[in-house]
Design a protein around this ligand. Structure first.
Ligand code: AQP
Length: 335
């Protein structure tokens, strides 16, 4: 029998920087869950990335476990993917150092996310500046073919590709150059109170952010209060009608439809009925995730055990890739 061709390897990560929201779910994690059967999938709670901005040391471990629990609840299945915590695989930081010596100051300084996050801050950590290199190491350490990300991470992915190609050019073919895959809808879910900014864990906008674990009445309230415009027609026009367009994207993603169909469905209906339908769709989508989360959170020891098993499998893949990179740059192997 001819052996089946290997499945493409996919890697992605999420920061434990706050509670997961609808943008994370629709823009990323739902795709991750869907890809487990036709991809060789690795997913990671990137706790080292959460340290690049001011963070609470006393809460970091609990936030990491909570994010791991939420990912399991959202459908990641350790029998079908490798789910682990970034800091449990030391190779991530070691490859970061090697790549730090390949990436340039100029290219990191151009990163939009660094510029935005650093703006107006009195002091910015070197970690925030170096974030894209750590992200490149995360991806390259697993010979990743595809990286499913929301629109906000495209630039970092381009940098990963550039760094990998430069490394290969300088030291010989060593690293797999990955490509980004962005979901067709809801690649950038916007804040409900400010539909020109993306929904984010770290931005303080409780009413504009639907959390993945929000109870139904809270979801309904937040979506009903979403900022729209003074018009009445439900039409997809991101520049002219950002609030309505964001809700149409959310509805299309939650019902597995597309925005054109969604706009046609609500043509001629007022914003009130439209918002109610969007909220109902989101509540139906998130209900099972909330239920699974409650069951999993009751046994944190089991979650830790599953994350450790994931880390063990991740280490087994990362070790040889790191070794390849060490050898390529000429480091003396230890005896
Ligand atoms: N609003 C969003 N719409 C679609 N996808 C999104 N992602 C994040 N926000 C949206 C995707 O979710 C994955 C995890 O990314 P993250 O941990 O960086 O998420 P975050 O909510 O953006 O977290 P922070 O802490 O608030 O980060 P910043 O401040 O950097 O935005 C990624 O695949 C991301 O694309």
């Amino acid at each position: 029998m001819v052996p089946a061709p290997p499945m493409p390897r996919v890697f992605s990560g999420i920061k434990p920087s706050g509670e997961m929201h609808l943008g994370n779910y629709l823009g990323a994690v739902r795709q991750w869950a869907a890809q487990q059967d036709d991809h060789d999938a690795l997913y990671c709670v990137v706790d080292l990335h959460a340290m690049t901005e001011p963070f609470d040391a006393a809460g970091l471990g609990a936030a990491t476990r909570q994010t791991g629990t939420a990912l399991l609840a959202a459908g990641l299945d350790p029998a079908r993917c490798i789910l682990f915590v970034q800091s449990h695989v030391a190779a991530h930081t070691e490859l970061t150092w090697i790549l730090n010596c390949v990436a340039t100051f100029g290219e990191l300084r151009r990163m939009t996310q660094f510029k935005e996050k650093g703006k107006g801050q009195e002091s910015v950590s070197v970690g925030l500046f170096d974030y894209p290199v750590l992200m490149a190491a995360d991806i390259l350490l697993y010979d990743t073919d595809e990286v499913p990300v929301g629109d906000d991470q495209r630039q970092h992915l381009e940098l990963t590709r550039d760094v990998a190609a430069r490394f290969n050019h300088r030291f010989g073919d060593t690293l797999v150059v990955p490509k980004a895959t962005v979901p067709p809808v809801a690649a950038r879910v916007m804040d409900l109170q400010d539909p020109t900014s993306k929904m984010s864990k770290s931005i303080d906008s409780p009413q504009g952010t639907v959390l993945m674990l929000d109870p139904p009445d809270v979801v309904m309230k937040k979506i009903k209060a979403a900022v729209t415009d003074s018009g009445t027609d439900v039409r997809y026009d991101p520049a002219g009608k950002p609030g309505v367009s964001n809700l149409l994207e959310i509805y299309a993603a939650a019902t597995d439809g597309d925005v054109a169909e969604a706009a046609a469905e609500f043509d001629g209906q007022g914003y009130g009925a439209f918002k109610g339908a969007v909220a109902d769709a989101v509540i139906a989508l998130l209900g099972p995730v909330r239920e699974r989360y409650a069951a999993l959170a009751a046994d944190p020891g089991e979650v830790d055990r599953q994350l450790e098993q994931g880390a063990e499998k991740a280490r087994a893949i990362a070790g040889p890739v790191l070794e390849r990179a060490r050898r390529a740059v000429g480091l003396l192997p230890p005896v």
